[in-house]
Design a protein around this ligand. Structure first.
Ligand SMILES: [Cu+2]
Length: 145
């Protein structure tokens, strides 16, 4: 019993430390995180989960950050047997959609022209611009590689 309680407490502590949740109108953005980069690496990637809990659609139009010269929304898809990444102008967020950005598949935010390496433990400020919800400031936690 004691053991179970301890495990539970640890689990809660971890969740609490990782919980970065943002609400903007009907949009819910959770767990923004980035991968640590090595010196000399000029690009980085940020991932988060975005949910539209409302009854009307919205659109992610753009991203800015002080961590890099620019930030683009990318989509990764298989093209035959080659994984290709391309820039997407805007991310459609229809009602009830949940989009989970993942390192190996689908969408991510590409940071282009990193000013400094992304180091584990840092927080990267980003501003997301939505068609209806407007500007939303978030911070992405840098994970270990
Ligand atoms: Cu990319």
């Amino acid at each position: 019993m004691k053991r179970t309680l301890l495990a539970l407490t640890c689990g809660l502590a971890v969740n609490w430390a990782m919980a970065a949740d943002y609400h903007a109108g009907d949009l819910h953005i959770s767990n923004p995180h980035a991968r640590a980069t090595v010196p000399g690496q000029t690009t980085g990637a940020v991932y988060f989960t975005i949910e539209n809990t409302g009854k009307t659609g919205d659109k992610l139009l753009g991203i800015t950050t002080s961590a890099s010269q620019s930030a683009e929304l990318h989509n990764m898809q298989m093209d035959g047997d080659i994984m290709r990444m391309r820039e997407v102008g805007a991310l459609e967020l229809p009602p009830a959609v949940v989009i989970e950005m993942l390192p190996a598949d689908g969408y991510h935010i590409m940071l282009i022209g990193l000013k400094k390496p992304l180091m584990a433990g840092q927080k990267i400020p980003l501003t997301l611009r939505f068609e209806k919800a407007g500007k939303v400031a978030i911070e992405a936690a840098v994970d270990k590689r």
